[in-house]
Design a protein around this ligand. Structure first.
Ligand code: TGC
Ligand code: FAD
Length: 384
């Protein structure tokens, strides 16, 4: 039995899905793992990997046309899983580019916007960021303060966004702002006067990813840069459904990376005259991790099948994102502990994954937000 795939999820995949997974796994083994710990320590996003990600078709992988490969949902999940086995920061980059930036242009953009941005984004020549969260509170985006007012045929945007992945390196920001008609999406290019995207320094988590604030001081945006086909919170929330789907798969990779390392370690570490792995207490902990990973894999697989057959509901995604993030964080924390003092060393992966997963469980809706979403679906009563 493969300890990282006890229920043979690999056997349930199509040949194409397995090929996608294998090619991303190779990229992670050859290009990500050798550099990622240093990137994390140095608080550096390895931008040099972007052309590699693009050449494998990992940017906008689910979209059809516009130089995107049109892979199915399971393949997108496997891409996220393999990337996050490397580091949540690399998966974050791909999630934001694909699900939060290319998807809204694809789903809600004009044909001219699609032609202008999607092929270049698929090639990694244009990097996107997604501005929804604001400094006063991200869980309740309906209460956003950033606003856009019409001025002739243009719009003028004022406000601020916070905790924005890719912000400082983005060529294009998808920014959600309140308008008299409701919340709308605006495409703001780097260098637009009044727009700034300073990086947030001094993070303990996702250190191999760029996180920024966005500031808008009378930023003028032409009408042609407004997403024409959506008004209201369902615009940004439907992008979140795409990205949360990828996270539900991605975090499995982080948990697998931790378990793989601890299995090796506990078999070779000898304490009280026997391998650490030969203690009942250790085996119970390892079995608990395998239970968590296996149930998360099966949840993700069914989630993908629902998405591919077009019956996926946001509540399914909430449950999977919540369950799988929590599982991965618990696995990473326990692996860190099983390594003893070595668990705090940069030589081992669990502490890096653990610190990353503290962000992953918070962004794209905290545990509480997803629990309340499920509670609302169960009871029909809105507790927000
Ligand atoms: P609510 O009344 O529930 O909904 C308003 C409208 O939106 C529709 N809708 C959805 N559509 C698609 N997908 C979803 N998940 C949807 N949820 C709701 C809904 O049908 C309705 O449509 P309509 O036509 O009736 O207007 O809105 P609410 O104000 O009660 O809020 C619900 C709540 C709390 C669940 C929502 O605000 C929420 O999800 N809050 C959490 C915010 C969040 O997750 N922010 C993430 C920011 S981006 C990010 O973190 C990127 S990290 C990326 C990385 O690095 O990987
Ligand atoms: P708050 O909303 O202030 O929540 C604080 C606490 O209150 C949480 O524990 C929450 O669960 C709890 N809470 C909220 N509502 C309730 C309630 N009704 N009942 C009980 N408890 C409640 N955002 C973007 O828009 N784009 C990005 O690219 C992006 N990237 C990110 C990258 C990183 C590394 C991080 C850490 C965050 C990123 N975010 C991004 C922001 C992220 O989505 C928010 O942090 C998240 O939605 C939570 O918002 P908040 O941090 O303001 O917490």
């Amino acid at each position: 039995m493969n300890p990282l795939d006890l229920f043979d999820v690999a056997g349930a995949l199509s040949e194409e899905e397995r090929m996608v997974q294998d090619s991303v796994a190779r990229l992670v083994d050859e290009k990500v793992l050798p550099i990622i710990q240093k990137c994390f320590e140095e608080h550096h996003f390895p931008k040099e990997l972007v052309p590699e990600l693009a050449s494998l078709g990992l940017l906008g992988s689910s979209l059809k046309g516009y130089e995107c490969p049109g892979l199915n949902a399971i393949s997108y999940g496997l891409i996220c899983q393999e990337l996050e086995r490397g580091d949540s920061g690399i998966r974050s980059f791909v999630s934001v580019q694909s699900s939060l930036c290319m998807y809204p242009i694809y789903a809600f953009g004009s044909e001219a916007q699609k032609q202008k941005y999607l092929p270049r984004m698929a090639r990694g020549e244009v990097i996107g960021c997604f501005g929804l969260t604001e400094p006063h509170g991200g869980s309740d985006p309906a209460n956003m303060k950033t606003h856009a007012k019409r001025r002739g045929t243009d719009w003028v945007i004022n406000g601020a966004k916070m905790w924005i992945t890719n912000g400082a390196i983005a060529d294009l920001a998808i920014v959600w702002a309140q308008t008299p008609e409701g919340i709308r999406g605006f495409l703001i290019e780097k260098g637009t006067p009044g727009f700034a995207a300073p990086e947030i320094e001094r993070k303990f988590s996702l250190r191999a990813s760029v996180t920024s604030a966005l500031f808008f001081d009378n930023v003028v945006v032409p009408q042609e840069n407004v997403l024409p086909d959506v008004v209201g919170l369902k615009g940004p929330l439907s992008c979140l459904t795409q990205a949360r789907y990828g996270i539900a798969w991605g975090v499995i990779g982080a948990a697998q990376a931790c378990l793989a390392q601890v299995l090796e370690y506990s078999k070779t570490r000898s304490l009280f005259g026997r391998p650490l792995a030969q203690n009942q207490a250790t085996q119970i902990r390892l079995a608990e991790m395998a239970r968590g990973i296996t149930t998360a894999q099966l949840l993700a697989l069914q989630l993908g099948r629902l998405k591919d057959q077009g019956t996926l509901q946001p509540t399914h995604v909430s449950l999977a994102k919540w369950n799988n993030c929590r599982m991965a964080l618990e696995v990473a924390r326990d692996c860190r502990d099983l390594l003893g003092a070595a668990g705090i060393s940069a030589e081992f992966v669990p502490i890096r994954h653990m610190l990353n997963l503290e962000s992953v469980i918070t962004y794209e809706g905290t545990q509480t937000i997803h629990q309340l979403t499920i509670g609302r679906a169960l009871t029909g009563l809105n507790a927000f």
